[in-house]
Design a protein around this ligand. Structure first.
Ligand code: 1CP
Length: 352
């Protein structure tokens, strides 16, 4: 396919360091449980099955775009979809998250871990349907999980509070850990490649749980693999890199090479920009409204959005950042009132 040429789409203009017509905004986890129309179409269909149904995944991807007027769609998928596509036994348990049939504990488990070598036509077809429906001012963001965050689900066997098994492998059996990262990286790259070939306009690398690591461990055990994934697609589409609780890692994470750095809500954007700039020079910022503020009512929303926008302006005026894409500091919380999301988008756009 030939990629859409839509440089004036606000999100792509901002990601390129140009001045968009308005501050672009999208929300991580904008599709999903906050929307009644999502709960309706997903009825009786498992989360992971829905990610392999082209019409359905396209419909779910478009729901928040239609309802909220955000500047980007994010592909409805999950970080474990490439594992499922490769043949790994994984389910998403409602209310919990991805759970593996069998946790990875030994070198033999790693050697037996399937690698994604095939296309995933259902996902490519879904992307085609989405692109037909989006306007030229709306970007489609694809995504993959970073090797560390994906590995943490494999090693822990499911969601984890403290990531102790993962850290035990990193420190107790570093060679085994590196073998796992080596084994996972091609599957992630492959899944990203097929999304690009299908026409996504930008991508986000989710290293959601990297913030559990020290900078030293991050640099030695995680960063080289994220570098490899982002390098693979350098110059093709804008790359966004994000993790939760990564205030202390922003400098190190910026070395992975993305154009845009996602910032969680704990660090003001101007402070984040200083940390990024000191290591990698100015980049575009994405973030960083606390998702809980969507429960706090209109006045709080107006003042928090204004604060975040002014912190971004301060970062740009200081020469520490080249643009701002508005987002939450992490995903939409499950019980968020859908109306608050629509309201937040209007406030960011200055339409309130
Ligand atoms: O049945 C359901 O509705 C299950 C809830 C759900 C949804 C809607 C899960 C289970 N995944 C998803 C979709 C999803 N996953 C998206 C959708 C696109 C959008 O943003 O609208 C995205 C981007 C993801 C990526 C993802 N999955 C991440 C990275 C983003 C993040 O929030 O940090 C992670 C860590 C996962 C794992 C996962 N999948 C699902 C859950 C509940 C979790 C987290 C579990 C945990 O806390 O460890």
């Amino acid at each position: 396919m030939t990629r859409r040429n839509i440089p004036h789409a606000p999100l792509l203009a901002a990601a390129a360091g140009d001045t968009p017509d308005r501050t672009p905004v999208w929300f991580m986890r904008q599709a999903g449980r906050s929307l009644p129309e999502y709960r309706k179409v997903r009825e009786g269909i498992s989360m992971l099955d829905s990610c392999f149904m082209p019409e359905l995944l396209a419909e779910i991807t478009m729901q928040p775009v239609r309802r909220h007027g955000v500047d980007a769609a994010i592909l409805f998928s999950d970080i474990v979809v490439p594992l499922r596509a490769a043949g790994v036994g994984v389910e998403i348990v409602p209310g919990r998250g991805p759970v593996m049939d069998k946790a990875i504990t030994t070198r033999a488990d790693i050697d037996a871990l399937p690698i994604l070598e095939e296309d995933v036509p259902e996902v490519a077809e879904g992307i085609g349907i989405i692109l037909d429906e989006l306007t030229d001012s709306q970007a489609l963001i694809g995504f993959v999980g970073a090797p560390f965050t994906l590995a943490s689900y494999l090693v822990e066997g499911g969601p984890s509070k403290n990531h102790e098994k993962t850290k035990a492998m990193i420190h107790g059996e570093p060679e085994t850990w590196h073998a796992l990262m080596e084994r996972l990286t091609p599957t992630i790259t492959r899944f990203l490649r097929l999304q690009i070939d299908a026409g996504i306009d930008a991508m986000q690398l989710f290293d959601s749980w990297a913030g559990f690591l020290t900078e030293r461990d991050y640099r030695e055990h995680v960063l080289p693999y994220s570098v490899r994934i982002l390098e693979e697609i350098a110059g093709e589409i804008p790359r966004i890199h994000f993790g939760v609780g990564t205030g202390e890692l922003l400098g190190a994470m910026s070395e992975a090479g993305s154009e845009v750095m996602g910032v969680d809500w704990r660090v003001p954007l101007d402070v984040a920009a200083e940390r990024i700039h000191a290591v990698s020079g100015p980049k575009v910022l994405q973030g960083n409204l606390d998702p809980a503020v969507l429960f706090a009512g209109r006045d709080a929303l107006v003042s928090e959005v204004a604060r975040i926008k002014s912190e971004a302006v301060r970062a740009m005026e200081a020469g520490h950042a080249t643009g701002h894409i508005f987002n939450l500091g992490h995903g939409v919380l499950p019980n968020t009132p859908a109306e608050a999301i629509t309201e937040a988008v209007a406030i960011v756009h200055g339409e309130n």
